[in-house]
Design a protein around this ligand. Sequence first.
Ligand SMILES: Nc1ncnc2c1ncn2[C@@H]1O[C@H](COP(=O)(O)OP(=O)(O)O)[C@@H](O)[C@H]1O
Ligand SMILES: [Mg+2]
Length: 369
Amino acid sequence: MTMGSEPVSERPQTSTRDYDQLRDRLEAWVGGRVPGATVSELVVPESNGMSSETVLFDLSAPGSDTRRLVARIAPDPAADPVFPVYDMARQFETMRMVARHTRVPVPEVLWLEEGDEAIGVPFFVMERVDGVVPPDVLPYTFGDNWFFDAAPEDQHRLEREAVRVLAALHEIPAEGPAAFLAPSGGSGDPLRDHVDGQRRYYEWVARDGVRSPLIERGFDWIDEHWPAGSGGATFNWGDARIGNMLFRDFTPVAVLDWEMASVGPREIDLGWMVYLHRFFQDLVEDLGMPGMPHVFTRETVTRLYEEASGHSPQDLEFFCTYAALRHGIVMFRITRRAIRFGEAVMPVDPDEAILHHAHLRRMLDGRYW
Ligand SMILES: Nc1ncnc2c1ncn2[C@@H]1O[C@H](COP(=O)(O)OP(=O)(O)O)[C@@H](O)[C@H]1O
Ligand SMILES: [Mg+2]
């Protein structure tokens, strides 16, 4: 999932889990797979997202080495999750498929539990990988973190390696092993299907009647600026951003967070990667600070992607705007959730529930870039 950002008060404080009880239940469940195994105290990663829940633990079993594992847990449906559906089997299968068909580093997935009996919600268990993540809270563009403080050549190495991950993922065709990610009953046009899916997501978010004129204008903009030639479809990671990678020595060692995986034009991922950096960059520039304007520009990402894949990204302005629009829907949802949990109040103008509303509006007006 995608992160919050400032204001920190919008970060959902939803986890009411009893971690001791969760540990006991996990241990009982794991015992069915690894007889006699014990589960350590659970640790919640610092960079926990706001959608699914992640817990880290050690698994010890008689006669074998301790294993360092991670459980990715679907949110409690009663906790007003960010997305309508959490398909853990789909994420599990996606990770397996990527591991099988690319050299992209994906944590090895071990076990999937689709039922609610074990811990109350579906989850899966994967290997834990050591590495660091560019922070979302505060965003890395604000400084005082390993990525911001690195030498420019190391920052550019990370940038290049991150784009190479996208190029490698996009070698997976939309048909074949990734076909299970295509919507059933789709139109046959992968971009149309993707946009239609986002419209359905927006309608779900706005189902209580509080709508966003800005988002609706964004969908009109998308239709009016529809790219002429479609470059075809590939597998797409989905939440394709550096905040969802673990790095060692500025090189990705694990690619995480597959809940938005889909098939579509490769530029969907590229636009997301460029825009999600812009989102953090805009936040810091709005406060009069320089941030990191020199990384993940459209120009650099285009060049690096061409070098890595031989494919020239098309219509990146369209796809960056599409990313900003999609991120707007997520933000609209996140703010409403925060309101429900008493952490925010609905602004008089509902568009202001979208943190980047002013920037999104400028994009739609053609005044952003
Ligand atoms: N396999 C893993 N190994 C090590 N850390 C992990 C692993 N999976 C998740 N994490 C930690 O959990 C954090 C959140 O994981 P992520 O998959 O991005 O979930 P979210 O949906 O919460 O954003 C990561 O930033 C990382 O710190
Ligand atoms: Mg994440």
